[in-house]
Write a protein that binds this ligand. Sequence first.
Ligand code: PLP
Length: 442
Amino acid sequence: MAESHVFHRVLTRTLPRAVGAQGVWIEDADGRRYLDGAGGAIVVGVGHGDRTLVDAMAEQSSRTSYVHGTAFTTDALEDYADALAPLLPLDEPRIYPVSGGSEAVETAIKLARAYHLARGESDRTVIVGRNASYHGNTIGTLDVGGKAALRRPYEPWLGRFPHVEAAYEYRCPSPSHPAGCGAWHAERLERAIAEAGPNTVAAFVAEPVAGATLAAAVPTDDYWPAVAEVCRRHGVLLIADEVMTGFGRTGRWFGVDHWGVRPDVLTAGKGSTSGYMPFGFAACSGEVFETVRGAGPFVHGFTWSHNGVGAAVANAALRRLAEDDLVEASARQGERLLKGLSTAMADDPVVGDVRGIGLLIGVELVSDRGSKAPFARADQVTERVVAAARERGLLLYSSTGHVDGRDGDLIMLGPPLVISDEECDLVVERTAAAVASVSSAS
Ligand code: PLP
């Protein structure tokens, strides 16, 4: 076969060609069918091949495919914002649409800066992030994130922002764990704010449930209320990064809904259009919006921001989620999957933890369950499990290196929310078989 001209994301093997997809299934050019156990990268919510999203895209493209965000608004954008606003855990929200998660987080941190500048607090420049977190791959979002392996090649360009511990119960560093984890994290955040200097912190950014780096690490119930209170007390904006957790993924519309927390800024991407269009947004409270508006323009923008076609598709995804009760389905099927996986792999010696909430589920693989010691990176355990699953017709998402920046093996599941009972059971069966095939060889 002729050499491809594409600079692929995977350079070590030839990728199959996807030619069709329906529901939770993807088909390649050789006729092989794969169960999309992670919705790509926890993206696909409403399922593949949904006609209503495709029609919404075609309809809006045939009206206005592109108009610039400084010259026009569109019905598609206005209608989407009207439909979305009541669902957002923000007071009087305003929505700034962009093309994806990294742009959404980049927009959010600039918005935090703009807010403080507008209030005359120009010293507030610091953004506090968390270790073992992921907020995107641009230089700004990489810096606020804490995924060591992705940061490593670019370290000379990074280092502006401090990081606190992520909420990660399986390896919780709090001495009083499992009691008082929320208070412990709140105290760590308070300390980071003090160390940065009085009135210098602009925002704290965190994923409601740590996704891409910690594979569905669900915080204790006291975590979010406690860190939100610290932010409020110090005039620090709270940015909830819901790029992975938004739009029903965790069994609620947004991750912070589990804890009744209302952030100042919320970011979304992935599930907003279920992957049918590159889209995302940073949404802020009315108070943040009015403050920034009062001081002049928000100095920001992208060629593709405020895109009407993206908004039309996002609105169709929203309708599908609401009309088919897919948020409730995520909670229900998530429980089924979590229980099924926990039971099926209960005796597998490499399965250290099975965790998650809704249809956001992670499995942590360890070389010793008692000590929780990770496998050496050279063992390529995650890669072998993902390959074994692929051979069995199941696609998984994965992450490595979270334990010490090098070792650590995680697999993630996050199928489309339309997954049936039988398909859930198939995911359990194939995941357990893939893990067992590697476990027995280790
Ligand atoms: N924020 C979170 C929480 C994410 O999980 C991701 C992607 O995995 C991003 C931001 C970056 O989104 P994107 O890849 O669309 O730029």
